[in-house]
Design a protein around this ligand. Structure first.
Ligand code: ADP
Length: 391
């Protein structure tokens, strides 16, 4: 398959700091890919390298079939949308959207207001630009705002103008750097939905930088999880959640964070944790970290679990957070006081909400437990009953 964007083994340092280390990724035509990671991990630098605004120390960038490393930003046919939309405040929405086309299609003199009307060739160019601006404005519901100045728009509307200005040149890909971070919570969701809609309707391709996992997971076909200048894993949102390759990714994806606890396996693969004894299928000894998503914990109500569980433990309720449709329970295990757990339970599943200090029984399925070796790499474990029962 031809990749729309392909970057190979990119390295970048600023002074003595390695900001990107051997980063490779692809974006397919029509795909929405996010770069997700904490602030400072190198996301913007990577985007700027693809856009041609920054140069890598080594590695190469392809857009379509072309290696673009030697090309200036304006020749790469990409559109960059930043968090500060950089609209021209003195120009109308219409002129803001039209500006990139005018710069592309009309010379410096031909764009001057005094001569624009009669300059040879301008009539047909202006007509064409007008059609393109109208088309893009319609699709972004900006048609009624074309006469306004940016200062007369809401944050969401300004963001749409910035998008329209990027779209009007029909770029091969949109490169977006935290485009929603200046918006309030309600507008964020609104513009996020608009982006998702645009992606579906136009089949446009996006490479989108964010530190907000909700944004990345809800918008993207694939997400590259980054940390300290490296891509830890690039996968679909579902696989990142259900099948993280490392403990770092497991901890980064999912709110509340995955529950983890350490166990020590003996030579027969047996270990003891706050739910009693357990044995792994393969004989392996040493230290492991186990992980369990908060939504994979269930609570016994009137002594009965909603579905059959493999493991159970007694816990004390430390806090119950009502989050509207669901409850987040902060729990303390009885036998291992250092292990705190969080459970996420839908309102409908809890017939009575436990109170702080209550002792309750939680349960889970072994199939939902993930295991990571001492280097944090995910390992496949099968489970066997313990050789002796201890509770
Ligand atoms: P992110 O987008 O993930 O927040 P950035 O790519 O902006 O991260 O920055 C990665 C690292 O590179 C940070 O430590 C930042 O301070 C540093 N950095 C970015 N641009 C420059 C620059 N022009 N000069 C020096 N250091 C920079």
């Amino acid at each position: 398959m031809t990749h729309l964007v392909q970057i190979n083994h990119i390295h970048k340092t600023f002074g003595n700091t390695a900001v990107l280390q051997d980063v490779s990724l692809t974006v397919q035509p029509g795909e929405f890919v996010s770069l997700l990671g904490p602030s400072g991990c190198g996301k913007s630098t990577l985007l700027r390298i693809i856009a041609g605004l920054e140069h890598q120390d080594s590695g190469d960038v392809y857009i379509g079939d072309r290696r673009v490393d030697g090309l200036a930003a304006r020749d790469r046919n990409v559109a960059m949308v930043f968090q500060n939309y950089a609209l021209y405040p003195h120009m109308s929405v219409r002129d803001n959207i039209a500006m990139p086309l005018m710069m592309d299609r009309m010379g410096l003199w031909a764009r001057q207001p005094m001569v624009m009307g009669w300059w040879p060739g301008n009539r047909s160019a202006l007509h064409e630009i007008d059609q393109l601006v109208r088309g893009v404005s319609d699709s972004l519901q900006l048609s009624t705002l074309l006469h306004r100045k940016p200062g007369q728009l809401s944050g969401g509307q300004r963001q749409r103008v910035a998008l329209a200005r990027a779209m009007v040149r029909d770029p091969s890909i949109f490169l977006m750097d935290e485009p929603l971070s200046n918006l309030d919570a309600k507008l964020r969701v609104e513009v996020r939905n608009e982006l998702a809609d645009l992606h579906q309707r136009l089949g446009a391709s996006f490479l989108y930088v964010t530190h907000d996992q909700n944004e990345a997971l809800s918008l993207s076909n694939r997400v590259a999880v980054m940390d300290k200048g490296r891509i830890l894993q690039m996968d679909s949102p579902q696989r990142l959640y259900e099948s993280p390759a490392t403990l770092a990714v497991a901890r980064f994806i999912g709110t509340p964070m995955i529950n983890t606890w350490e166990v020590s396996l003996d030579a027969e693969g047996e270990f003891q944790d706050f739910s009693g004894s357990q044995r792994c299928g393969a004989e392996r000894s040493g230290q492991l970290t186990l992980g369990l998503r908060p939504d994979h914990l269930t609570v016994a109500q009137a002594g009965v679990f909603e579905y059959s569980v493999d493991r159970q433990a007694q816990v004390v309720v430390r806090r119950c957070e009502n989050q509207g449709p669901e409850w987040i329970l902060q729990l303390q295990t009885m036998t291992s006081p250092t292990v705190g757990l969080q459970a996420r339970l839908s309102n409908r599943r809890l017939s009575s909400v436990p109170a702080t200090g209550d002792h309750i029984t939680i349960g889970w399925r072994l199939a939902d437990v993930m295991a990571f070796d001492h280097q944090g790499h995910r390992i496949d474990l099968t489970w066997r009953p313990p050789s002796r029962m201890t509770l």
